[in-house]
Design a protein around this ligand. Sequence first.
Ligand SMILES: [Zn+2]
Length: 167
Amino acid sequence: MAKYEPTTKDNKCVFCEIVKGNIPAPIFWESDTHMCFLAIDPNTEGFSVVISKEHFDSDPLSLPDEDLGKLIIASKKAAKVLENYFKDVGRVGFIIEGMGINHIHTKLFPMHGTGHLKGGKWEQLLFSHKEDIWIEKYDGYIISAGSKMADLEKLKDLALKLKNSQK
Ligand SMILES: [Zn+2]
């Protein structure tokens, strides 16, 4: 199956069409206001998408507070289904980018290999990723791993500019 295009050939929002049942999707969780289905182009088993049944444009930080709250709670409920199902998943990553399709959605990333953290346990996990990651320009993904230690003076300078920009 090809990736979803943002709109159908007759220019309808593809996620709205999934809500209406006009486009089939592997839905596994649903409430009155939201639904969750497995991504058709997953990069890990169980990678899922949570959408609101009502159409909102995809920038989460432009959503009304109440709708953003509902979206996050719906995502939490769907994530619990994944966490309970996969024995090796104790944490589910929660991503909101909204760049692929202009209908509000979140992405759930089951972190396989974290089963020992079920029930809210935590331990610092160390990875062997490259330590020189620097994203100069958004290229279709975000990454949560840290990189090299930054220059503290530069951080202080940027923090001051950000602080002053609010005045
Ligand atoms: Zn839509």
